[in-house]
Design a protein around this ligand. Sequence first.
Ligand code: AMP
Ligand code: MG
Length: 396
Amino acid sequence: MDLSPVDDAVKELLEIASPVTGDERTLLDQSYGRASAEDVFAQIDVPFFDNSAMDGFAGCHGDLLEGMTYSVYDRIPAGRLGQTLTKNSLARIFTGAPIPEGADTVIVQEDVDFSLDTATIKKLPKKYSNVRRRGHDITSGSKVVSKGEFLSSAAVALLASVGETSVKVKIPLTVAIFSTGDELVLPGKALKSAQSYNSNRFLIYGLLRDMGLNVIDLGIVPDDYSKTLAMLSKAGEVADVIISSGGVSVGEEDHVKAAVRALGSVNIWKVAMKPGKPFLLGEINGKPLLGLPGNPVSTFVSFFVFAKPFLKATQGLSEVAPNELYGLSSFDFQAGSRREYLRARLRSKQGGTWIEKYAHQGSSVLSSLRWANCLAIVDGAQQIKIGDPIKFIELD
Ligand code: AMP
Ligand code: MG
């Protein structure tokens, strides 16, 4: 069977993703990391009034000259409305305080010799200097948050800056996860010789939690066809999306594919990537199932390349693809026939961004993921020489 190119597989996945329809209104404190279900338009200008960007003296530029001394008629701290400017005077003003009526310029205090009631201008700036105009950040009526936008801290703060107390968000997906493998045990039990700890459960659980999704961990299913069937039907009942790890290779002990086929359908099977070649997209009870390979690095890379964009699209987020950037390779590399995702790290050197790769790139080496802050991407058959541009995606 031919391998599917990664981009085709992602495209197919995104076509299948059907965004959640349910939404709810939530207080800003509960909205972080959720997908906005509405466009939000500002009802006010921000800032709400012209104000000073600096501590200094406010005056009318046309009346001012360098070297001249003026009387200081008012003192305007932030939060207080000052009196209208009097002719040939300056107002002592502080950052964030409203520019008094009649003034148009603020002279920073470092450029003024001043006492309590007089001020001599040492250096006059240009007209309108150090004045933050009403609406210079946001004008009333403009969009501050878009439907389908991920609510970052900055987006939530922006909503607060226009006075919103709540926002309509999409209901978070519930994702059921399970791990397959006779060899797996949870930390807390001593390992017997042929066993290993179920680290993927913690990897996937955390990745999903970071995305703001609800996670139901259904535990470990042994390498047994009928137990896999039972696990899958249960998962299909409790979740919107199912994610499994392991058991999707072609070995006799890999039962996920056959069980998914028995209960529903299987769409993608082998993708031209390394690590992560076996990847399964299926459907059970109308719920999508993403079958990630079991080797921890393959699990992670498949999650990042396939599951994450798919989940984002299903969650109703509009930006789903990872941001592809370029750096300079600090290594020579010859890719095989599949696209390779290398665990790598960004380093700034000689004025450029260089990409270093982890020495041990094996798909079972979980330490490489802890070390990496990006995945370098080398296309199938591509040859990379030291200093060549190399594509990468940041791991956020
Ligand atoms: P599989 O995809 O089931 O053939 O597993 C491939 C490799 O990944 C084997 O060495 C498994 O022991 C390992 N593996 C599978 N599932 C997990 C898991 N949940 N945590 C850690 N390693 C795993
Ligand atoms: Mg297995």
